[in-house]
Ligand binder design. Structure first.
Ligand code: BT5
Length: 255
């Protein structure tokens, strides 16, 4: 357990040199009965996954790629709440290891100076009434340099090292992240969603801003009022109408 006083998350850690995707490995382990809190960490991913079949650039030796297995006893429709455990934990870890100011862009991006440093990918196995397990995938660009980013990125991206102007200790970052994940998940189990939602809102890049949310052909523009109990973004739209979006890509509009 890396000598950490962890309650759940990180009590079992599988470290691998090279994988297709830590999410795929963790999903397979979970199907075989791996306990809650099991973590898969890899130095290199050959098939790192983003959302909607996109690719997550995962060069060797520089970044953090990990996946956490959770088995919360909640209804599947509340599972998106757990995305906020990982985004708040990543923000926490960046605040504790650098003097950078990270913010969260709904649903799953962590930005520093307006550029993406981390992406999160949750996957779930569930029946109608019950979550069997969740896999929280976390990718953080730690020491990646400019030349290692693909040229055709959807959004500007960066790494902690580029922004901080110094090399970051990957192991130290991983330890701090596990501590934050463990503490936030314990608080979620004990106190529920509300404290987590408040912390997410405190770090949100979109709260009170005008945004454009695109999902497929569907586009919604409005001012962000918060997030609901299903992880959805609540918007106030033209004419005072309220809308809720459960998935999509957010662009912050210039005001
Ligand atoms: C995400 O998707 O942001 C989720 C990324 C999750 C990655 C972790 S790593 C550990 C675990 N195992 C996995 O296989 N996945 C998870 P999305 O919002 O769809 O963003 C993907 C888009 O971000 C791509 O289409 C690129 O444009 C861009 N991108 C790719 N690699 C990037 C990187 N390293 N840093 C910043 N942007 C990147």
């Amino acid at each position: 357990s890396a000598g950490l006083p962890l309650q759940r998350i990180g009590t079992r850690i599988t470290c691998l040199q090279e994988v297709d995707s830590t999410n795929l490995v963790a999903y397979r382990l979970a199907e075989q009965g791996a306990v809650e809190g099991t973590i898969v960490i890899a130095d290199h991913q050959t098939g790192g996954k983003g959302r909607l079949g996109r690719r997550w650039e995962s060069p060797a030796g520089v970044n953090l790629y990990c996946s956490v297995i959770l088995r919360p006893q909640i209804l599947p429709l509340y599972a998106p709440q757990l995305t906020f455990v990982s985004s708040v934990a990543v923000v926490d870890a960046i605040l504790r290891t650098t003097n950078l100011q990270p913010v969260i862009k709904w649903p799953n991006d962590v930005l520093v100076n307006g550029q993406k440093v981390a992406g999160l990918l949750n996957e779930m196995s569930a029946e109608t009434e019950r979550v069997d397990f969740l896999v929280l995938g976390i990718g953080v660009n730690i020491n990646m340099n400019r030349e290692q980013f693909p040229v055709d990125l959807r959004h500007p991206a960066t790494s902690l090292a580029i922004e901080a102007g110094r090399k970051i200790d990957r192991l130290q970052f991983a330890r701090v992240l596990l501590e934050s994940l463990d503490a936030l998940y314990a608080a979620y189990l004990a106190e529920g969603y509300e404290p987590l939602r408040r912390r997410w809102l405190a770090h949100s890049a979109v709260m009170g801003r005008t945004v454009r949310v695109t999902s497929g052909e569907n586009v919604v523009v409005g001012v962000v009022e918060g997030i609901d109990e299903h992880g959805g973004l609540v918007l106030s739209c033209a004419g005072g109408r309220h809308e809720r979006v459960l998935a999509g890509d957010v662009a912050i509009c210039n005001e």
